[in-house]
Structures are given as structure tokens and as C-alpha cells.
Design a protein around this ligand. Sequence first.
Ligand SMILES: Nc1ncnc2c1ncn2[C@@H]1O[C@H](COP(=O)(O)OP(=O)(O)OP(=O)(O)O)[C@@H](O)[C@H]1O
Length: 250
Amino acid sequence: MNNGLSVQGVGVRFGGLVALEGVSVEVPPGSVVGVIGPNGAGKTTLFNVVCGFVRPTAGSLHWDGEPFRPRPDRLAAAGIARTLQGLGLFAGLTVAENVMIGAHRRSRSGFAAALFGLPRSDRDERELRGLAAETLDALGIGAAADSHPGVLPYAVQKKVALARALVTRPRLLLLDEPAGGLGSEEVDELAELIRSLSCAVLLVEHHMDLVMSVCDRIVVLDFGKRIADGTPAEIQADERVTEAYLGVAS
Ligand SMILES: Nc1ncnc2c1ncn2[C@@H]1O[C@H](COP(=O)(O)OP(=O)(O)OP(=O)(O)O)[C@@H](O)[C@H]1O
């Protein structure tokens, strides 16, 4: 079994509807793997399986060679972080505090203790603040640390959500449509950022230019099945992929 994430033969049924059938995806350490496909192809369902939001009805997952039953609340401890389509930021907390929530697993007494000023949390809180500031700086938004998310442009809010994921120093980052709502310059910036990451990335995305420019490999889903898996050049030349997107029967 390879290191990294391995999804093997995964199937998901919602009642009578087959959302995924026999889908396999490998995400080796340090690689960027994209998942694309027309609307309803099963991309989000696959993402939710890896996050532990949806339990597969068939197949298996392995993480670093070990059988893996993901649970959303245990992802960070496993070295996996995610961002979701919605930003999920807390409007009443500052940007720094939002990012600190992502880092709380590194703290002994926990973010809640820091937030409510419980004993022995001072050092942890300082450590968390330092980590959050470092991560925000790395994303070029350190100046926004004390702002509330609501007053910031959408693209900056997306970076805050990304900082909250990256502050855990994950070995695998799961991104669900990170380009959604961004302008073309912002997407270019996002591409550069994804390329600069040292962790592995599983990227579910509609934005073809982004997927083609950052992915080492791309998996294409259609009606819940994997119809192609290859390099961006291979995927662009694959007739089955063009047919799936154009809705032409193969
Ligand atoms: N919780 C659910 N209950 C019932 N059916 C669902 C559920 N989630 C997804 N589906 C169905 O499963 C199929 C795959 O949906 P999914 O959202 O994974 O596709 P997608 O590729 O992410 O689509 P899009 O690009 O539109 O986001 C669709 O037919 C969808 O209606």
C-alpha cells in the first residue's frame, strides 16, 4: 500500500440513487490531484467521503497505508485539513481568532480554554496566536488579523478559510471549489499558492484553467463513475471527457 491517500472502489448510494460506483483515487504525498466532472457527477460526494461526512456503502480508504475511516472531527489529528464551499467563518470572531480555531489541536488546554481565560492557557494562547499570525503572513493577509471577516473582500475571506486549514500544517489539504466566486487575477494567485504548498492536495473544482494549471493528475467523474484518470495533457486529449462535458452519448 502506498503512502498518502488511497480511495479504492468507493460506492455511495442515496436511497435508490447511485452517487458513486467503484471510484478509485490515489493522492500520493506532495501531489496535487484534481477531481472534475459535469454537474451531479459525484465530486462533492467523493469529497464528503474523504472528509467523513458521507459513509461509503462500498470500497475502502487508506491513509499512509493504514485502513482509514474518516471522521470530520478527527481529520486534523490525522494530518488532514479541508476547506468547504461555504467559508464557514465566525462573524463574531476576528480573523486571527478564526484561524486559531483551526490550530486548537496543537494546544494542550485548547482554544476554548484560551478564549475563556481558563488557567494555564496563556502560553498556549500565545503559541496559537503566533501560529495564526505566521500563517496569515504567509498568505499575505497578516494586516487583516484583527479585522472581523465580514468587513473584508470575499477573496480575503477565502484566504482566511485557507489559513484556518493550513495552520494545522496538514499533510493533505482537501479543497472544495476554492476558486468559486474569485476573479481571474485572484484565481491566478490561488494557483500560485496551491503550487507553492508542500502538502498533498485533493482539489474538487469546476474552474478548468485552475485544475489544468496546478494538478499533477486529474480524475474525471461522470454519473458517479471514474471515466478518466491522467495528467492534465492526457485529460485534455481524452474524447470520453469531452463527450461527458458536452453531454454526447458515448
Ligand atoms: N445527500 C444526498 N441525498 C440524496 N442525493 C444526493 C445527496 N448528495 C448528493 N446527491 C446526489 O448524488 C449525485 C451526485 O451529487 P454531487 O453533489 O456529489 O455531484 P457534483 O459532481 O458535486 O455536482 P456539482 O458539480 O453540481 O456540485 C447527484 O445526483 C445528487 O443529486
